[in-house]
Design a binder for this molecule. Structure first.
Ligand code: MRU
Length: 359
């Protein structure tokens, strides 16, 4: 079973707008598969902030739809009003989460369409239709790109693979297929057996709640471990490679991903295991020369001290809660994107793949 993580649902057949964003509420999994229907930009902001929708590519798709929520109000009947609402919604949504660059990338695409088609001879309805077209292109491309990553990643599954993964970089983190899990799904569809060990991923347990759930839905052999078991699993030979996604990749190949990824990369190197990063080109931020400049989201202490409603640390204890860490490029065996496998030196490989304009 494949779940549609999020989609645009028009109110009436035949017209894209008005409509709503229909998404899986990921905070309810694995207990319940529930869908939310979001009609207002502040609601979407909160859904991103609270990780009801999460994962870099999915956040990008959601941001594109967020612009549609903003512009679909019938009262916005002049081009100027539509343009203003695009800018306001983009600025507002930018404050939801800082690390995944896909959010900013998608909003920039929407703003570019607004600038290009919002000239003097445009109509408000024509501009809204262009924006809807762009948001739909973003989600359609995401599906194709994740499939392509699945294909490009097949050489990383040579032999009799047993993969350690962290957080959730599967279908729930994108519009449907995922990034780090995409090669595993592709291999499984072709009858190749892949064993997966999923880190539970403290504090919000995306590995336990989401990765274990979606791999089981797909019939993939998955074993859940606590984060602190990863090193021992490597030492015992239970895993022979690491697959992770990314929230932002700097021009030199340093990348941010869920907190704990850096430790895995260090441990993989210590055990001589390959460490692969899977991400679309939209996750690359060429404006950042290195990972030093990646903004790292810090989350509330309660997620650590009182996660899921159960107090597990003393009231008032000081807490540090970065949601992501940065892994240096030197620990990365390869970065796999929709165009192929990038190997060190990453600065030249990345600038080359970004310059490739072929459709
Ligand atoms: O805080 P989250 O759940 O949004 O963090 C997600 C991750 O770290 C993923 O690994 C990353 O976004 C890549 S998703 C294809």
């Amino acid at each position: 079973m494949r779940v549609k993580t999020l989609e645009w649902k028009p109110d009436a057949p035949g017209a894209a707008l008005p409509g709503c964003v229909r998404m899986v509420d990921q905070t309810r999994l694995p207990e319940r598969l529930e869908y939310l229907e979001i009609r207002e930009v502040p609601e979407l902001w909160a859904a991103i902030r609270e990780l009801k929708v999460r994962g870099a590519p999915a956040i990008g798709v959601a941001a594109g739809f967020g612009i549609l929520l903003a512009v679909q109000q019938p009262a916005l009947d002049t081009v100027q009003a539509v343009l203003r609402s695009v800018e306001e919604a983009a600025a507002f949504l930018a404050g939801s989460r800082p690390t995944a660059v896909n959010l900013f990338w998608a909003m920039e695409r929407m703003r570019r369409v607004a600038r290009t088609w919002g000239g003097a001879d445009a109509s408000a309805s024509g501009l809204k239709a262009r924006l809807a077209g762009e948001a739909f292109a973003i989600i359609e491309e995401d599906g194709n790109i994740c499939r392509a990553i699945g294909e490009q990643g097949q050489p990383c599954l040579d032999g009799n693979p047993s993969v350690l993964t962290h957080c959730n970089a599967g279908g729930l983190a994108a519009s449907e297929y995922g990034t780090a899990l995409a090669p595993i799904y592709t291999a499984a569809e072709r009858g190749k057996s892949v064993r997966v060990f999923a880190d539970e991923t403290r504090p919000l347990l995306q590995g336990a709640r989401l990765t274990a759930w979606e791999l089981m839905q797909a019939g993939v052999d998955v074993t859940l471990i606590c984060d602190d078991m990863a090193g021992y699993a490597m030492k015992k030979g239970l895993v022979d490679r690491v697959f992770v996604g990314a929230d932002r990749i700097a021009a030199n190949g340093d990348f941010a991903n869920k907190i704990g990824t850096y430790s895995l990369a260090v441990m993989a190197r210590a055990h001589g295991l390959p460490f692969y990063v899977f991400a679309p080109r939209s996750t690359i931020d060429p404006a950042l020369p290195s990972g030093e400049g990646i903004p790292i989201e810090e989350r509330g202490a309660g997620e650590i001290t009182c996660g899921f409603g159960r107090r597990t640390a003393p009231e008032g204890v000081r807490v540090w809660a970065p949601a992501f860490d940065v892994t240096p490029a030197r620990l990365v065996t390869a970065i796999v994107c929709e165009r192929g496998i990038l190997r060190p030196p990453y600065d030249s490989a990345i600038s080359k793949v970004l310059a490739d304009d072929n459709p």
